[in-house]
Design a protein around this ligand. Structure first.
Ligand SMILES: [Zn+2]
Length: 295
């Protein structure tokens, strides 16, 4: 099996562009990184998952870090902010983090100053890393100085607990300074509930990966896209039972995937994937065996 880094993959930091009604979507990448294939596919046997996601000699699979910029005409929204530049040298080496989101913004001619809303689906370090930037003098500053940030209060509380199971996933410099300055609004959206952010943009709680994972709905002129985040991290994870070893509650993930598909498929939502470097977004249908597949 070739090393995933040697597999053909585009280094283009702009992963795709599309329109949803009157809204313009641009998928930007903070780069690729590598996670253990077994952890990514949970109880699925390797002979099955490695057909979809080849592993390197360390059993790692290649993943993307997709930030979606939505321009509504009135607002510029950033959904998710990658890994960022605050990892320790050791963790940066383990994950192969590339820290390229600023370059992606420049390539797309989008200024961080123009982003007025940032939404984090949850607060694992690979989803909110560029909320803040470590400057050369070591200080931590907001990457998006003019933005109001949104995250779930339960994620902040969970991160602060620093539990044995997932303490490593939470880096408080990604959110505590923004909460202290009043720049981050904390949401209390209950599982299954939806909270509007601005017209056409809302968040819905789909628990399982974490207890308060938020999906981001984008709706304009009769069209609908949804950033489903780590409930379905890549297009290799469409099968309802192919949930991750990282998920805190895999049984809930399975139920929540069913709930998601029961609307996303008949209503023809564009599904935005958080960690799929090759397929940042796609429509999904059921095949003749009733399994969800890309179309
Ligand atoms: Zn993730």
């Amino acid at each position: 099996m070739p090393h995933p880094a040697e597999r053909p993959h585009s280094a283009d930091p702009i992963r795709g562009r599309t329109n949803v009604g009157d809204f313009e979507l641009t998928s930007l990448s903070d780069g690729i990184y590598f996670l253990d294939g077994g952890a990514m596919f949970g109880v699925v046997p390797k002979p099955l998952w490695q057909k979809r996601a080849p592993a390197d000699e360390q059993n790692r699979v290649l993943l993307g870090l997709n930030t979606v910029i939505v321009r509504t005409g009135k607002h510029t929204i950033a959904i998710e902010t990658g890994i960022g530049n605050k990892l320790s040298d050791k963790l940066r080496a383990i994950y192969g983090a590339q820290e390229q989101l600023p370059r992606a913004f420049a390539a797309a001619a989008i200024r961080p100053e123009d982003v007025d809303i940032v939404i984090n689906s949850h607060l694992h370090f690979d989803h909110c890393g560029w909320n803040t930037t470590r400057t050369p003098d070591g200080s931590i500053v907001p990457t998006f100085p003019n933005a109001r940030y949104f995250a779930h209060r339960g994620e902040v509380n969970h991160g602060h607990l620093q539990l044995e199971r997932d303490a490593v996933s939470y880096i408080s410099e990604n959110y505590d300074p923004l909460i202290a300055s009043g720049q981050m609004t904390l949401l209390d959206t209950e599982p299954g509930e939806t909270t509007p952010i601005i017209p056409g943009i809302s968040v819905e709680c789909f628990p399982g990966h974490t207890a308060q994972l938020l999906a981001i709905h984008i709706e304009s002129a009769g069209q609908h896209a949804c950033y489903i985040s780590d409930l379905i991290p890549t297009s290799a994870h469409l099968d309802i039972t192919w949930v991750m070893g990282y998920d805190l509650d895999p049984v809930t993930c399975i139920a929540e995937r069913k709930r998601f598909y029961s609307r996303a498929i008949p209503e023809k939502w564009l599904v935005l994937f958080t960690h799929d470097h090759h397929t940042p977004f796609a429509h999904i249908a059921l095949n003749d065996k009733g399994k969800p597949v890309l179309i």
